[in-house]
Each structure stands twice: as structure tokens, then as C-alpha cells.
Design a protein around this ligand. Structure first.
Ligand code: GLN
Length: 609
């Protein structure tokens, strides 16, 4: 899928050819759309951001999904960027890439993981996308002499897009519930038009169609030692000034919200006590769905939206059991203990590697292992000795993705250490490229081997930008290779073992540089194996070392962390942790998990064709 949004469809505005359609009640609906059929749950934050609105909204969506209802989440971002591709992970957390190539906010990762569902560009809206669409239509003369206004035109586009999403239900049916998360907090300038659009939507869809949930925050100043509701009350007022009466109030707080505070909130915002919920801090986000259910949040939403007749109780029992097993294993005791070193420029900020953190968590639960993560800033690793000191005692190493020069040499030292000391290793994207460079330098002796991203003059540009190749793939010159692609897996390889013998897997990419095909033969002759490739082009997508030289050394040009799910942990991470456990506890290889995930002379070919 192309990166640039200008390649997307010209937008629905092009279909309006007479000014009647663009009148005061400009509120187009997609063909076939049945008003009131799809219900909308809207989550709006008050008081402040950073309350875990995405986690809250996705857990809420999960509750209804568990009941057999089809759900579609959407995040409405107020910023003017078209997507999150250019955002600094320091400021905004990681860039999460969807299957269709859209670069989004890390919250979309939360939705995918909690719902176990692939999302697409229709699940993510930014003010930049909406204004672009409107301004392009205006330049084409699409508004036929009318002045283009926030209301009805901008709000009209927002409503239309929400209804278009509602049309994307299973087998062509309308989705049961669209979950709308409004970025920022009520009262922000930049999300005002979204809130207005949602007010209009609720009116147009009719009574019982929309449930507004206000996520607020109860402060508990240390000097007072008690909870205060004033900030929450003021926040609620802001929402009500915008014409929105919340149906449910969820109070984020450090400790359970006291009845006195809940009563105040209830009274000042016309919301009955039974619909004011305490969403205090929990030990893990995965217990939130169950906690919500225990408090009856799902029951209230079903009543507000009159959805009881769509509930499948049997499906719910099954889904709850699976999830609770995962949640209880998460908080229960673990059998193994390993230390994982993760090197990266943004080591100071965990959000920048949120999906890696999560993928490790999914696998750790599955393998009953406690994983202590040691985040390493490689920018001061000048030598292999430096790296060796920092990595002392780690049982496995991940070199993750990244852009830019800083810390690159340090990462290469980490790869060297992992390779020569036989420490289980997973290189991701840039980490994969670092593994190729390390091999070229230290095994083939090409001491100045590099990526042209870091040294355009190198004699051995083993990693370089290959615009011709991208053109063949239909990717626009100069932009990144983004989104999911098929990867053909070589039989009898470690990759094939991990993927259970699959010959083709689908993984998500976000990179510009790749292995230069001119060097592939020489790298392979020296022992490096490229075990995952583009099905048609000479694009190397997985590398590994044979079992005879290393217990677990694998690299992926794609981002395996983006497809890991709590209930379906990703194979390359599973293999990494399993190999690390097996090195510490050889008996582990004989367990069921060990036989599935630890490659040995006897299991190596067990899945191959
Ligand atoms: N900077 C490298 C590239 O563009 C790696 C990108 C990444 O790790 N996501 O190819």
C-alpha cells in the first residue's frame, strides 16, 4: 500500500454535484447506511490527557466484542499531521504501522492487541486528513460557490467517515458498535469540531444510538490525603457546555473512588450513581476488562444502547475464560527468569518501544518466564568491551528498529557480542541491518561495510536504498516501504521451525534501506542464511545463523512486534525467550513448550516440508 494519502480514494466529497446536497444539513451518509442500526460509544477525556483513554476504550470495546457483537474502534486525533509517520517517538511514543501501511498512533496497537483484530486507515482520523480532503475538494470547485465552514462541512466529513466505518462490518453488514476515542480532552481547541460532530451524530442517529462516556480524573493531593472532585466537575462542565450530556462517567484515580466523591460527580453531572464508575490503577491493563464487567459497566452500556437482543451469552463465556486464563497467568508466579537486553536510542522512553515491550510480555506469560528488561542506550558504546560490560549477565539481546546515526556503532557491537558469545539474538529492522553489517565487517573482513544511510561512501554498501526495487513493488520513489507484505520462508530453516512450517507469512514493514542484492551471494557463502525473502523480488526479509554456529540468531527486516497479541504471541519473540531459557535450564528443551520453541538437532526439521 502506498505511503502517501494522496493515493487514497479521492474522497466522498466528489460525489456531490448539486448545491442542495451541500445545504445547511450537509450530513451525507454512505449508500445503504441504516441510521440507528449501528450504535456509537464515544469516549471523551476531561481534566487531563495521559489517563489511558485508549486502554479504557479498547477494554470497553472488548467487553462488547466478547458478547459476540461486531465492534470497530476509531481514534480521532486533533493534530494537523496526516499520519504519525513524522512524529518523534520521544514525544509521542512509537509509530504503529497498520497492515495497510498507515503509520498511526501507538493507541491503535492497544486496540489491535486487546481486540485481536487488524485495523486499517479507516480506524484512524486526524484533523490534517480531514482538512486536506476538504481543501482539495474546495480547490476542485466541489463546493459550488458556497463558503466552506466548520459546521456543516468539517463536521459533515467526520460524521460521514464514522458512518463509512460503520458500514465495514463482517460479511457486508453494519458494525454493531463503533467505538470512538476522541484524542485530547474536552475544551481543547483542536478537538472541538470532533465533539461537535459527535453531538450532531447522536442527534441524527436518534435516541439510544449513542453512549457518551466521560473519562475523568479524581485528584488526590498528597498534602490533603483525600480525593477531591472539583477538577472532575469542572471538566464535566466543559463537556456539557459543548452540548454533550455524558451517560456514563468513569473516574480514573490512584485509589478506588470514595462514595462521597462519586455522589458529587453524579449530582453535578446528572448521571445516576450506578453509572459513575471507579477506574482506579490496577496492576495490569489486562485485568481491566474483567474489572469493568464486575462493576457492571457492560450492563449499563447494553441498557443505554438497547443491545440485549444481539448478545451471544455462550460466546461471552468462552471469550471470558480465555482472557481470564491469560490475565491470571500474567499475575501468577512464573517458572523461569531471564534478563533481556534491549539496545536503542530511545532507551530512556519505554513508550518508544511499546510494542516490543508488549510482545515480550505476551511471550513471557506464555512461557511462564519473568523477563527483566535492561534498556541500553548504545550511544556511548564505543567499543565491544563497553558493550560487553553493559550486557554482562543478559540472557538474550534485541536490537530494535531505528533511524539516524546515533548509537549505531554501539548496536553493531551488541550484535558482535551476541554472535560471538552465542547469546540468543533478535534483530529488528535496523537491528537486522546491523547484523548484516556486523557479519560483513567481522566475518568477511570488509571493515568499512555499512549502510548508505550512515556512510554513503563505503566500499561495501551491504545495506542501501534501492529505488528500482521499490518501483517494481509499486512503492513511490523516495518513500518508505510500509505495511504488510508476504514473506516466503525457506524450508528447514530456523524461521520455518518458528513459523510452524509455514511457507508464507505476512508481516509489517517500515523501512527505506535493505540488503543490497549484489552482496547476498558472498554473505551466504560466508555462512549467513537469508531464510525469508520477498516472494518475487530479491529483497531479504529474514536472516539467521545455522544451529551449528549459534543457538538462536535471527533478524527480521519487518517488525514482528507489531503483530504479537496477548493470545497469539509472535514466533520470533517466542523463539528468543525460549532459547534464552533453554541455555540457562537445559531441561526446558524437553518440555512441551521447549519442543515447540527451542530448535535442537532433533527438532530443527520437525516442521519443514
Ligand atoms: N533506518 C532503517 C531504514 O530506513 C531502519 C528502519 C527501521 O528500523 N524501522 O531502512
Amino acid at each position: 500500500m502506498p505511503h502517501s494519502d494522496s493515493d487514497a480514494s479521492p474522497g466522498f466529497l466528489s460525489q456531490f454535484s448539486n448545491s442542495e446536497d451541500l445545504g445547511e444539513h450537509f450530513s451525507p451518509t454512505p449508500p445503504g447506511y441504516i441510521k440507528g442500526r449501528t450504535r456509537f460509544v464515544v469516549v471523551i477525556g476531561t481534566v487531563m490527557s495521559g489517563l489511558g483513554k485508549g486502554i479504557f476504550a479498547s477494554s470497553l470495546a472488548k467487553l462488547l466484542q466478547d458478547k459476540g457483537l461486531s465492534v470497530a474502534p476509531v481514534k480521532l486525533e486533533g493534530y494537523l499531521n496526516i499520519d504519525s509517520g513524522t512524529l518523534n517517538p520521544y514525544r509521542h511514543g512509537e509509530v504503529f504501522v497498520l497492515d495497510d501501511g498507515l503509520e498511526t498512533d501507538m493507541d491503535l496497537g492497544t486496540y489491535e492487541r486487546i481486540l485481536g483484530q487488524n485495523l486499517s486507515r479507516s480506524n484512524f482520523m486526524t484533523a490534517g486528513q480531514i482538512y486536506t480532503e476538504i481543501l482539495e475538494c474546495e480547490r476542485r470547485g466541489g463546493y459550488l460557490g458556497r463558503d466552506v465552514q466548520m459546521i456543516p462541512h468539517v463536521t459533515g466529513v467526520v460524521k460521514m467517515k464514522l458512518r463509512e466505518l460503520a458500514m465495514k462490518g463482517p460479511s457486508g453488514k453494519q458494525v454493531d458498535v463503533v467505538f470512538v476515542e476522541v484524542g485530547g480532552t474536552a475544551g481543547d481547541y483542536e478537538n472541538g469540531f470532533y465533539i461537535e460532530a459527535l453531538r450532531e451524530l447522536a442527534f441524527e442517529e436518534g435516541d439510544g444510538s449513542t453512549c457518551f462516556v466521560a473519562l475523568t480524573y479524581i485528584i488526590e493531593p498528597a498534602i490533603l490525603g483525600e480525593q477531591k472532585s472539583k477538577a472532575a466537575q469542572l471538566g464535566m462542565k466543559r463537556l456539557m457546555e459543548a452540548g454533550i450530556q455524558p451517560h456514563i462517567i468513569a473516574c480514573r484515580a490512584k485509589n478506588p473512588v470514595t462514595p462521597k466523591v462519586a455522589q458529587k460527580i453524579s449530582m453535578f453531572s446528572n448521571v445516576p450513581m450506578k453509572r459513575v464508575f471507579s477506574m482506579h490503577d490496577r496492576e495490569s491493563i489486562y485485568v481491566i476488562p474483567d474489572a469493568m464487567r464486575t462493576e457492571g459497566l457492560d450492563r449499563e452500556i447494553l441498557s443505554i444502547l438497547q443491545l440485549h437482543d444481539r448478545v451471544d451469552n455462550v460466546a461471552e463465556d468462552g471469550a471470558r475464560k480465555v482472557w481470564s486464563t491469560f490475565a491470571s497467568r500474567l499475575s501468577g508466579p512464573r517458572d523461569h527468569n531471564i534478563t533481556l537486553g534491549i539496545s536503542g536510542k530511545y532507551a530512556a522512553l519505554r513508550d518508544a518501544y511499546a510494542s516490543i515491550d508488549k510482545a515480550v510480555e505476551h511471550c513471557a506469560v506464555d512461557l511462564s518466564a519473568t523477563v527483566d528488561i535492561r534498556w541500553l542506550d548504545t550511544s556511548d558504546f564505543d567499543t565491544a568491551e563497553h558493550a560487553s560490560h553493559a550486557l554482562d549477565g543478559v540472557d538474550a539481546i534485541i536490537v530494535p528498529g531505528g533511524f539516524g546515526m546515533r548509537g549505531v556503532e554501539g548496536k553493531i557491537h551488541c550484535v558482535e557480542l551476541a554472535r560471538t558469545q552465542r547469546i540468543p539474538f533478535l534483530g529488528i529492522c535496523l537491528g537486522f541491518q546491523m547484523a548484516v553489517i556486523e557479519y560483513a565487517r567481522n566475518v568477511l573482513g570488509w571493515s568499512d561495510a555499512n549502510s548508505t544511510e550512515f556512510n554513503s561512501k563505503t566500499k561495501y554498501p551491504v545495506i542501501s536504498e534501492l529505488p528500482d526495487q521499490k518501483r517494481l513493488e509499486g512503492i513511490m520513489g523516495g518513500t518508505m516501504r510500509l505495511g504488510a507484505q508476504d514473506v516466503a520462508i525457506t524450508p528447514n530453516s530456523l524461521a520455518s521451525f518458528l513459523c510452524g512450517g509455514s511457507k508464507l507469512v505476512r508481516e509489517r514493514f517500515r523501512h527505506r534501506y535493505e540488503v543490497d542484492p549484489a552482496f547476498i551471494d558472498r554473505l551466504e557463502a560466508a555462512g549467513l542464511i537469508f531464510s525469508g525473502r520477498h516472494p518475487k523480488q530479491p529483497i531479504m526479509q529474514v536472516l539467521e545463523l545455522p544451529l551449528t554456529s549459534h543457538p538462536y540468531f535471527i533478524g527480521a527486516q519487518f517488525h514482528p512486534e507489531l503483530t504479537s497479541r496477548p493470545l497469539a504471541p509472535q514466533a520470533l519473540f517466542m523463539g528468543l525467550l525460549a532459547a534464552a531459557i533453554a541455555q540457562k535450564e537445559p531441561a526446558f528443551a524437553q518440555t512441551a513448550a521447549g519442543r515447540r520453541w527451542v530448535r535442537s538437532a532433533s527438532t530443527a526439521n520437525s516442521h519443514s516440508a
